[in-house]
Design a binder for this molecule. Structure first.
Ligand code: ACO
Length: 377
């Protein structure tokens, strides 16, 4: 085959038409359905943003109320899924558990065998509600705590914190998490969304697509980076080192610093702007500015020395840490927001589908090579 090879890792390749998410990586612009992420972060909620991603327009008051109610009503988990969660080894990470449990959810979905647009919208509601429940319930199970039933009067963010901690979350915690969920809800053809679209395009089911997406998100080069950031901050703290000296040594050893760099943004990731602000404010208000201060020192150094910018994962680590959330829940929290974008992309793909099947440029042994009988090898 003599066609030109795409950049390694498909860099710069446009692989789909999409009306969901606009990114200008040079200008640091991100918009959902044309609305700038800064406006959404300041003014919207996860529910409103999800409606926007799924429907292409902002809801009016009535539509928003109905949407919130439907999402809240979808907070139901079949007992057999809860039993499945109880059967996992407590050493299983929440991301592994989420991947496996989401796959199993399809067995108990009334629309399991229906891959129509309307059925997939219904399944998107269910998955959005259920992913948050699975993360919270598994965390309680592994800690030997009682399972907290969902509170349908709370928002998606508020209910997650309620089911996780068993106490009504503060307004600050709910608003902080809600804003983080808005910021993480979609990001065009990132690795996990692309994986979801590839799976959906075979006309497989939405649960398979989301299971694949969760597997992709888990990797440290993608959503798993937020956990890596916190592990780095903790290691620096434990060693009592100067954060800048610590990362300097890592860079000298050719190690990557999690939470920096991005395939598309060549300037500040607009989501990091808000997460930095949240991390700083939470740190000050809670009297634990340490994680923000360390993060900021590292960021300034890496900006200057490596010309790399913080991405969405960098300040989400110190933000979640200050909210008292366990490290291995950071990536699942990413998933409980990104399900909004994954579902929007799967549905968009199926509305105008064609199998996604690129080619590889063959660089193996010369063709034709002879088959050699076993005794002559
Ligand atoms: N730390 C140190 N050096 C880095 C980093 C980093 N975080 N990111 C990029 N670089 C360097 C690379 O070593 C490479 O240098 P070289 O040309 O001298 O070899 C150069 O910058 C280009 O980096 P690539 O890895 O080729 O860039 P790519 O576009 O393939 O990768 C990625 C982007 C995966 C995000 C990368 O920057 C990275 O590994 N970052 C750390 C992991 C991370 O934070 N991932 C989350 C991304 S956001 C998200 O998915 C939600």
């Amino acid at each position: 085959m003599s066609t030109a090879v795409a950049g390694k890792g498909l860099e710069g390749i446009v692989a789909a038409n999409s009306g969901i998410c606009y990114i200008d990586g040079d200008a640091g612009v991100l918009a959902y359905r044309g609305i700038d992420i800064h406006e959404l972060a300041e003014n919207s909620t996860f529910e409103e943003t999800t409606y926007l991603l799924w429907n292409g327009i902002l809801p009016n008051e009535f539509a928003l109320r109905e949407f919130q109610q439907q999402l809240a009503l979808a907070r139901q988990l079949d007992q057999r899924i809860v039993d499945l969660l109880k059967s996992f080894p407590t050493s299983a990470t929440p991301m592994e558990v989420l991947r496996t449990a989401v796959s199993a959810l399809s067995f108990y979905d009334a629309d399991e065998k229906d891959n129509s647009h309307d059925a997939n919208v219904r399944k998107a509601y269910n998955l959005t509600a259920q992913i948050a429940m699975i993360v919270a319930i598994y965390d309680r199970i592994r800690k030997g705590k009682e399972i907290i039933p969902p509170d349908r009067s709370l928002s998606h963010a508020g209910n997650f914190l309620w089911m996780l901690n068993g106490e009504k979350p503060s307004e600050t915690a709910t608003r902080t998490l809600d804003m983080a969920l808005v910021l993480h809800a979609d990001h065009e053809l990132n690795a996990s969304t692309f994986a979801a679209r590839v799976i959906a395009a075979t006309l497989s089911d939405i649960h398979s697509a989301i299971t694949g997406a969760i597997g992709a998100l888990k990797g440290p080069l993608h959503g798993g980076a937020n956990e890596g950031v916190m592990r780095l901050l903790l290691a620096i703290d434990k060693a009592g080192s100067d954060p800048v000296d610590y990362v300097k040594n890592m860079l000298l050893a050719k190690q990557k610093i999690m939470g920096f760099g991005h395939r598309v943004y060549k300037t500040e990731d607009p989501r990091a702007t808000h997460l930095r602000r949240m991390s700083e404010k939470l740190g000050k208000d809670s009297g634990t500015p340490k994680w923000y201060d360390m993060s900021r020192a590292i960021e300034l150094y890496i900006n200057q020395d490596k010309k790399l910018n913080a991405n969405v994962d960098f300040y989400s680590a110190s933000t979640y840490q200050t909210l008292g959330i366990d490290i291995d829940l950071y990536t699942p929290i990413f998933a409980l927001s990104r399900i909004a974008g994954w579902a929007a992309h799967v549905i968009e793909q199926l509305d105008d589908n064609r199998l996604i099947r690129p080619r590889a440029d063959y660089i193996g042994p010369e063709y034709p090579s002879p088959w050699i009988p076993l005794e002559e090898r």
